[in-house]
Design a protein around this ligand. Structure first.
Ligand code: PGA
Length: 254
């Protein structure tokens, strides 16, 4: 089954409300005629309202970069899935390697966040990926499998089918050194095989697996031409409307 490509831009802690609005405006202008690709952007929390207003009716969806597992409560500085949803988000990134390594998020917390996203009616973009040390030790498949196993344990099949998995080798994020198309395809095939082993066939057929880690206009087409690479999670290059648009065009042509 052909999966519709899905490209998401992770703006990380860049673009406050004024700059985010300008980037959203540039994107809206560039994206008028890209039909067969799903596109989302994940601005910083404080910029979501401005971007939501600018991108209304544009076809570009919004994603949160993180969420707290609770629906509400005395959790100073946190944001719930329910609040992201109310602010206009359709998706939420969960388990990004920066959250895992810089903010101590473990697999158990990632799993709670995946459940919370489902409860709030958000579609998770579940980020998985190994560090360089883990790859050098030949543990990349074990690490990614463990991350998937814990995050998706016990999930009903119809919910699992709505998850997007983003394979982001940590050594490729923000380093300018992307995985080769063959390396990425190999892991994407492993992720797909995991889904087929754990869920009914339609789940593995439907779930979109994005590649992330130094995706740029120059390498996007080669990565996206791989059979199990269904899109991209783009960091740095998503901060430039022309670069992001070039990656979306590469996805449209896959
Ligand atoms: P990068 O980031 O494209 O800047 O490597 C990807 C990500 O962290 O999602």
């Amino acid at each position: 089954m052909a999966r519709r490509p899905f490209v998401a831009g992770n703006w990380k802690m860049y673009k406050g409300p004024v700059e985010a609005d300008a980037l959203a405006m540039a994107l809206k202008r560039a994206l008028v005629d890209v039909g067969n690709v799903d596109v989302a952007v994940a601005p910083p929390m404080v910029s979501i309202a401005a971007v939501a207003a600018r991108l209304r009716h544009s076809g570009v969806a919004l994603a949160g970069q993180n969420l707290h597992p609770a629906a509400e409560g005395a959790f100073t500085g946190e944001t719930s899935g329910e609040h992201l949803k109310a602010a206009g988000c359709a998706y939420v990134l969960i388990g990004h390697s920066e959250r895992r390594t810089l903010f101590g998020e473990d697999d158990a917390l990632v799993a709670q966040k995946v459940s919370a996203a489902m409860r709030a009616g958000l579609l998770p973009i579940l980020c998985v990926g190994e560090t360089l040390a883990e790859r050098d030790a030949g543990q990349e498949v074990a690490v990614v499998t463990r991350q998937l196993e814990v995050a998706l344990r016990g999930m009903p099949a119809d919910q699992a089918a709505g998850v997007t998995v983003a394979y982001e080798p940590v050594w490729a994020i923000g380093t300018g050194r992307s995985a080769s198309p063959a390396q990425a395809q190999e892991m994407h095939a492993t992720v797909r095989a995991f889904l087929h082993a754990r869920f009914p066939a339609f789940v593995g057929a439907q779930v979109r697996i994005q590649y992330g880690g130094s995706v740029k206009p120059g390498n996007a087409a080669a990565l996206l031409s791989q059979p199990d690479i269904d899109g991209a999670l783009v960091g740095g290059a998503s901060l430039d409307a022309d670069d992001f648009f070039a990656i979306i065009r590469a996805a449209a042509g896959r």
